[in-house]
Design a protein around this ligand. Structure first.
Ligand code: ATP
Ligand code: MG
Length: 710
């Protein structure tokens, strides 16, 4: 493995002054300076010194971090081996890393800790119980309803699990799976609501070397059947039903119908294990004898101890389908050892959760997405953290729900998505400020670029100006956070920028023909060397993985575009597919959307390009207004002028369509590929011509958009 040249030295904003700066008030973040970039004012925030006295980080100062970062890039083998030794390996590894990122030299592969054997469930649970931490809380489940008015059935689901209880339940589920004939390497589909039993079921699969495929429990029977068949699932772990907000989701009906569809396609699902969440006849469940068993009945008979299946480091851990924002979802395959090390290390350093100080973590993402895999199930448990798993939605029974939970549990670390932040911001500050929120230490964001306006609201209103915001850029494929501002002293935060790479991640910007670009510039975001949780394949289609991500020799291509500023900070400007070229200028959708959202009346915006005779393309913008704001020709004019002033005359939008709702994936991301077709096709377009819409959260939104085309 060749040594690489040292990474570019980051010039950190307000770096030297921050070290000696004295903050006059404990509350106020210091503002180090401003920098003009494309006309958008750029402010650098530093948490107050007092913050770091109360919430010290493993790295005292960003300088220390950068020393370790450099080590991680220069000698990844030494760097990752040292970290991996903190975990339990039943058999030590012989070779730390081998890889090929060069398609012309043979098949793409990444292999970490070859020869080593371990088990991620053992590392997440048994290791802590053995260390005397069995009584620590692993999970609290916060139910959909504030009052338990629709209580669980005879299973009597627990509202909390200690690490010991979690280990015992995982062992019982693992024994039940074994009794169903599930063996090492078999695939198991999971279709469960966000209750503690979902991560426990994932761990049960991992304990016996089975491969889990979690499908978000909101998908249709067709979407579920596609995934169960594609992954070749032998068994399914399901649930009778759940309420999300005021809506009953009859989960088992969907599972039953999906299994039927699988049968018709010749793929037989032999067994299901059904969690009773609602009980009674609320969800009207009828089990098929011989195929379906109730979780509470089967686990009652199962032993609470189950031997661990030791698996090679590269043993498959899970298959997870991407959100489907840019096309047909991809079944991303991750393996055990490398994923374990990176999920754990990123959780530790990015969030800086200290279980010994009673920190409580809440990630609002569902385990149906990578965020739930890495930062509900694996990252927190591998670090022995305590967390809240939330079954409901942030808007039920009212839009203060998250802050109510923060006060109820004393949540210290909150990780959520820009879509949630924007929708709560839209409703006004009073729903936030009526709660104390004094426990909060770190706020996280993931899933889409967070526009500076939403960032500032999150920082000032939610965090009271005290808490650093970790805007984490990463993907299902990267398995773990890859670029993010860590809550470390001296690490300046710029609203809207994910800032600098995590340990071991070597981002680069490429030109359209795959040439590496230097200095402050814009280009295709790629990663130059493997990291432990690199995706290993697209399940069943290695060729698609090579074509999608490795079209330029030597690089993993992310599919996102980014700008690097003069401080070396990365700004995600949008999806590579969504870039609009207006009069020869490359415009990232995220930048125009952020400019629109600067306006006090705007809650959210989505921008696409449509062909234009003179400019090549022009901008068509969908704008969602805040609660109580009404569309008007004057507002339209203001928005056009505002974008022009912020980004330049060429970026002035040609069309603005008022859109009370935007088409989003079930993970909450805007599907611009659909908006592009609607914008170009107008009222004449057919829903059938819109491509894969299976991951769309609400198909009705499309009809509304077509009808209101301008
Ligand atoms: P598909 O690959 O099927 O189109 P998807 O890319 O939305 O779906 P995910 O893997 O869930 O599926 O999302 C990863 C993408 O989300 C990233 O490539 C990026 O575009 C976006 N993203 C995630 N976090 C951030 C962030 N902090 N800032 C900007 N973009 C982000
Ligand atoms: Mg993607």
């Amino acid at each position: 493995h060749a040594m690489r040249p040292p990474p570019p030295l980051f010039h950190l904003p307000g770096f030297s002054s921050a070290r000696h700066a004295h903050s006059s008030t404990a509350r106020a973040a210091s503002v180090e300076g401003t920098e003009a970039s494309r006309g958008v004012e750029e402010v650098v925030f530093h948490p107050a010194d007092e913050y770091f006295q109360q919430v010290p980080h493993h790295y005292d100062h960003v300088e220390d971090y950068l020393v370790h970062y450099e080590k991680s890039i220069k000698d990844p083998e030494a760097f990752w081996s040292e970290i991996a030794r903190n975990f339990h390996w039943e058999t030590p590894w012989e070779e730390t890393l081998s890889y090929n990122f060069n398609r012309s030299a043979g098949p793409i592969h990444v292999r970490f800790f070859h020869g080593g054997e371990t088990n991620i469930a053992y590392n997440a649970l048994d290791r802590h119980v053995a260390a005397g931490l069995g009584d620590r809380i692993a999970f609290y489940t916060e139910r959909n309803d504030l009052e338990p008015i629709r209580e669980s059935g005879p299973g009597g689901l627990k509202d909390q699990y200690t690490y010991r209880e979690a280990l015992e339940e995982v062992s019982r589920i693992a024994n039940v799976l074994k009794s169903m004939g599930v063996k090492r390497g078999d695939k198991v589909g999971l279709f469960l609501p966000m209750v503690a039993e979902l991560p426990l079921a994932m761990l049960a699969c991992a304990r016996i070397g089975a491969v889990h495929t979690v499908v978000f429990a909101g998908f249709s029977k067709e979407a579920l059947a596609d995934r169960l068949c594609d992954a070749g699932c032998k068994a399914v772990i399901a649930c009778d039903g759940v309420f999300r907000g005021s809506k009953l989701i009859p989960l088992f009906h969907t599972v039953d119908a999906a299994i039927q569809l699988c049968n018709e396609r010749g793929h037989i699902i032999e067994h299901t294990l059904v969690l009773k969440r609602l009980g009674g006849d609320v969800a009207g469940v009828h089990l098929t004898p011989g195929r379906d068993v109730w979780w509470h009945e089967a686990t009652a008979k199962a032993s609470s101890s189950c031997p661990v299946e030791w698996v090679p480091s590269e043993h498959p851990l899970f298959i997870l389908y991407t959100s489907g924002s840019t096309g047909k979802p991809k079944g991303v395959l991750h393996t055990t050892g490398g994923y374990m090390i990176q999920a754990a290390t990123t959780f530790r350093h990015v969030f800086n959760v200290r279980p010994e100080k009673n920190d409580i973590f809440l990630c609002t993402a569902d385990c149906g997405w990578i965020t739930g895999h890495s930062y509900v199930t694996y990252g927190p448990l591998l670090n022995g953290a305590s967390q809240v798993v939330f079954e409901g939605v942030p808007s039920y029974p009212d839009v203060g729900r998250l802050w109510h939970m923060v006060d109820k549990y004393g949540i210290t670390h909150l990780y959520t998505a820009p879509t949630a932040i924007r929708s709560l911001m839209r409703e006004g500050d009073e729903h936030v400020t009526k709660y104390a929120r004094s426990s909060l230490k770190v706020l996280g964001s993931v899933g889409e670029p967070i526009n500076p306006e939403a960032w500032k609201w999150y920082h000032e209103v939610v965090g009271g100006g005290r808490c650093p915001i970790v805007d984490t850029w990463w993907q299902t494929e990267t398995g773990a956070i890859a670029i993010a501002p860590l809550p470390i002293k001296g690490w300046g935060q710029k609203p809207g920028s994910a800032s600098l790479p995590f340990l071991g991640i070597e981002p680069v910007l490429l030109s359209q023909d795959g040439k590496e670009l230097e200095g402050p510039t814009e280009g295709l975001l790629a990663i130059k060397s493997p990291w432990p949780s690199t995706l290993r394949s697209i399940y069943g289609d290695h060729e698609r993985m090579e074509q999608t991500y490795f079209s330029f020799d030597g690089y993993y291509l992310t599919g996102d575009n980014a700008r690097r500023d003069s401080d070396g900070y990365y700004w995600i400007t949008g999806r590579a597919d969504d870039v609009v070229i207006v009069s020869g200028h490359n415009l990232g959708t995220a930048e125009v959307e952020a400019a629109l959202a600067q306006h006090p009346s705007v809650a959210e915006a989505a921008v696409v390009g449509i062909p234009h005779d003179v400019k090549g393309n022009c901008l068509y913008c969908y704008v969602t207004l805040k609660a109580g704001q009404a569309p008007s020709p004057d507002l339209e004019k203001q928005l056009k002028v505002s974008v022009r002033n912020q980004l330049g005359a060429f970026a002035a939008p040609d069309f603005i369509q008022w859109a009370p709702n935007l088409p989003k994936t079930r993970s909450g991301k805007v599907m611009r590929r659909i908006l592009r077709k609607v914008a170009a096709g107008g009222k004449a377009i057919n829903v059938e011509d819109l491509g894969d819409t299976s991951t769309l959260a609400d198909p009705e939104v499309i009809k509304e958009l077509i009808a209101n085309h301008v």
